[in-house]
Design a protein. Sequence first.
Length: 384
Amino acid sequence: MSMERGFSRRHLLAGASGFGAAMVAGLPRAEAAMPTVDVVDTVSGPNFQAFWKSILIPRIRKELGINVRYTVGSGPTLQLQMKSWSQGHPEFSLLFIKGLDLSNMIVSGAALEPLYPMQKAAIPNESMEPAAFMDANNGVKLDGKGLLFWRAQFDLIYNAKFVKNPPKTWKEFFDRRKEFHGHIGLIRPDAGSGGGRAFIYSFLTAFGVDFSKPFAEIEKSAAWKDAWAKFKLFSADLAQPVASSPPVMFHQFQTEQVWISVYAQDYSLWSASQGQLPPTLKASPLDVNIVGASNAWLSVPAVASAAQKAAAYKVMNFLISPAAQLKMLETMYQYPGTDAWKQAPASAWTKIPTVGAAEAHGIRITNLDAVTYIQKHGMEHIAG
């Protein structure tokens, strides 16, 4: 999951010393001769930053003979920086970005290289990308400018020590809210993480908002007003203060202030396995869950040189290979961006629902204008 932060190239590269020889000055001569791909990551939290560090980067170096310089960044800052990049001199030749960042970049006219299906010869594994996801993201036409790396799944997460019989639907959650008064977790909708926005988007959908319509029409509808009124009632039972980030909400779970929330299945289960959430944490679906609120995408800036693009394509082909995607599924509880999940062993589904089961209860965020409204104005709808 995303933990956005402001950054500069100078400052963040200084923090990369723990990422191995390929990430610092003074490379051994053999490695120094290798091509290098500069990656900026605007979507990963500590779990996937560690996955890059311990799994992906060493394997890319060993199997492809390519060095990776990896930097954590912020989508809005990156988008601003890209405007100053000159032909052949991007600061980063591979972008690992959240779906909202990709959508905003495309809307703003950022120059991204068309990849799908244009680069199928250079990236043969893109044939495993699910066509249903490749046309649009957040309602924005992609025009092939991104490849899907993972698909995120939101679920009800709860501490079974306190929640013995979790709600099965949003209506049941709403009706039973007083049971959980002061113990319902939410991340602020204006936070860097999209968790709170996905929570609210799900809630509004469950209570009748049709996000397939243009936002100007939605905003005038009775369903929009009624759903927000219900959310305000619901919000009176939230834990206070409303969490400013995932780590803050996780701390609220650890201190038993929060018992229940709707959040990313992968990050939550991984965090519980690392002792960052209670061992009694469980996840189960509601009737409306967001699939893909925090999808991860791979993109390449159009200003990259031919050599930079060629190296980036090799890395991308590795990242969406069945080997890398199944390793992610089995160790990170994260759904593959490709159809590699069909090759997963039965043991992969012991802690999480199958992709089919997850998607049966899932919706995708399709209205970027509505997400922007929730981000800017969501806190105004929370009871004071």
